[in-house]
Design a protein around this ligand. Sequence first.
Ligand code: FAD
Length: 342
Amino acid sequence: MQKKFLIVGGGVAGVCLAHQLIKQNQQLTLVDDGNNVSSVVAAGIVHPMSFRRTLLSWSADPFYFESKAFYMEMESVLNAHFFHPIMVRRLFATQEEAACWNQRLEQPEFRSFMHQITPEDLEFAPHGSGRVDGFWIDAEVFITESHHYVAARQQLVYDTISTDNFNPETLEFNGVKYDAVVFAVGYKNNQVPWFTEVPVNPTKGQLLTVKWDNPLQNTSLHRKAFALPIGEKKFRVGSTYEWHANTPEPTPEGRALILANTRSITIDPLEVIAHQAGIRPTSPDRRPMVGKHSVHDQVFIFNGLGAKGYMLAPPLAKMLSACIVEGADLLADLHPYRFNTK
Ligand SMILES: Cc1cc2nc3c(=O)[nH]c(=O)nc-3n(C[C@H](O)[C@H](O)[C@H](O)COP(=O)(O)OP(=O)(O)OC[C@H]3O[C@@H](n4cnc5c(N)ncnc54)[C@H](O)[C@@H]3O)c2cc1C
């Protein structure tokens, strides 16, 4: 049965949900305030690891594979190029980290992601390196082309949702009634009154684009910072994690910190050609928050994608669309009110 949905927020979360609903031939309106400072700024790197502890990211299997298939399919739907396969190389900071990587290589769950160590991997000073497959999404192209696609179907509205134009009791926005409404507003969750008990923490991040004469044009390097090649000898390097900061302006301190951290990857001279900042929507346990409003049965939240939005959004959007269209269950782990102790 065809239903009518309202999605608030045109970042990667809202856009992926819109694509899922369009695929299922559902009616929808995507509302965005036209002021994105997260999804369009992101480096868009997707790989299955949490490098700090040499673990797989939450749900990397199957989410990594599902998101990869989704973006590849979207390239032909949107007739645009934004999917770039890449080798992701972790440069080991200590001998212990190298030993831990080698141990993981023995474990079956890591084997489908990690490459065996080769003599070339060991050449990276001072303790060698390990590799996993990954990809990066040209975030600005993906979001912009998705907006164009939804707009061409007359389903995109640039507006700001507030108590003046939206009523959660009647599910009316600007006088039009919907069957269900999903709030995917990123860090601005604190600026709308409907999910104030869901703790979305703003985590600022800054990124530089640099010119670097490095022959590794198909490998992204990761240690204290990352360096992602984006073509024409340009790299995106970053990023910072500034907790509870919600001013999306780049700062001289952010730039200095990124350049200092990038010295763990290279001491070559880097020419800075751009500096951007954005704000990640982070949850206290670093897991997404996806589910129903505590009072309004047909009002949902899709948030808390943190630093991994480009891997998490496509599979979670698929689950959420199955929930709002067919009434399927959502993962209990992602319950948006799980932090409430009352
Ligand atoms: C510097 C940096 C680097 C990053 N790098 C990566 C990376 O390499 N890989 C990765 O996977 N992730 C990365 N991320 C994280 C990723 O960007 C986020 O996980 C993701 O963007 C969150 O998407 P979202 O749709 O939840 O929020 P957003 O992108 O913030 O989208 C929410 C949208 O809702 C709109 N909105 C808000 N309130 C309203 C309202 N009342 N009415 C209408 N519209 C509204 C907003 O303006 C915005 O357009 C990075 C983030 C930063 C800051």
